[in-house]
Write a protein that binds this ligand. Structure first.
Ligand SMILES: Nc1ncnc2c1ncn2[C@@H]1O[C@H](COP(=O)(O)OP(=O)(O)OP(=O)(O)O)[C@@H](O)[C@H]1O
Length: 267
């Protein structure tokens, strides 16, 4: 039987960026990583994805050391959305996505008319990301939010067969950046759907109220150290997030305590 933990970090250190990070992330969980600018979130994502090697410690996927998993095998089960992505040359969205798709399973063929791109993003992705309408546009002519939706589609398509099996590890560094409020919500709902299928999703975010609503568990990263990690409700307290951001938060209870929201504590 497979071990429950899909992704583990043991005593991870990256010099001058973070230290002694220990994590055990299970399949079917949605983790949010929160912390100030420069806290080490992107550096941690780089190491968890295998892009950067830790100075100390191990990253373990499904009981296997990441260093023992080939790059090609990683690419089929682990998606990593980096905070920035730049292309040195011009590509259409469909050309970009075509590099990442599994031809046999991912895109349906479009036949006519010939001016329409010959690929389509699967409906469940397109409903959240509205990428099919952008397929014939040059990537570098899209708005920031449109590009971000394409990049979310790109990394999910890379591991789409694993996602269907509930076997994917989805690492998303600030996936909501540049998205308007409606797209932020539709992406978070899409992520929830993927998590319910058994996939593990780990994302960084700067909005504690979105974490209150959408995270199962959180990692609070403070100056490269784990301030706290665990269940959303236990971790996201006014004192916890005030300490994390050095900003005065108060937690309001709304609708007969059904909903909660953080506000700035009045003076
Ligand atoms: N390539 C690098 N080489 C050396 N130091 C780096 C490098 N990238 C980032 N840093 C430093 O490491 C620290 C952590 O940066 P990181 O990008 O991981 O923070 P972050 O939590 O993702 O911040 P943000 O919320 O601003 O995206 C910062 O002090 C940053 O200046």
């Amino acid at each position: 039987m497979k071990p429950t933990a899909m992704l583990q970090a043991r005593k991870l250190c990256l010099h001058n960026r973070f230290e002694d990070i220990n994590l055990s992330l299970n399949r079917g969980e949605c983790w949010h990583v929160l912390g100030q600018n420069g806290a080490g979130k992107s550096s941690l994502f780089d190491v968890l994805s295998g892009l950067t090697e830790a100075n100390v410690g191990d990253v373990i996927y499904d009981g296997r050391a990441l260093s023992d998993i080939s790059i090609s095998e990683r690419a089929t089960t682990r998606a990593y959305l980096q905070q920035t992505y730049s292309l040195a040359f011009s590509l259409s969205v469909s050309e970009l996505l075509s590099f990442y798709l599994d031809q046999s399973t991912l895109f349906q063929q479009h036949t006519t008319p010939s001016s329409i791109p010959d690929i389509l993003v699967p409906t469940e992705l397109d409903e959240a990301l509205h990428v099919n309408a952008l397929l014939d546009r040059p990537l570098n002519e899209l708005s920031g939010g449109e590009q971000q939706r394409v990049h979310i589609a790109r990394v999910l398509l890379q591991v789409w067969p694993a996602i269907q099996q509930g076997e994917a590890i989805l690492l998303m560094d600030e996936p909501l950046q540049n998205l308007d409020i409606a797209f932020q919500e539709s992406v978070l709902i899409l992520f929830k759907t993927l998590v319910v299928m058994g996939n593990l999703l780990v994302m960084s975010v700067h909005d504690v109220n979105l974490s209150l609503r959408f995270a199962d568990k959180v990692l609070l990263l403070k100056q490269g150290k784990c301030q706290a990690s665990g269940e959303n409700k236990a971790m996201l307290t006014a004192s916890g997030v005030t300490e994390l951001y050095e900003y005065p938060f108060e937690l309001l209870q709304l609708n007969n305590n059904i909903e909660k929201t953080f506000i700035r504590r009045p003076n």
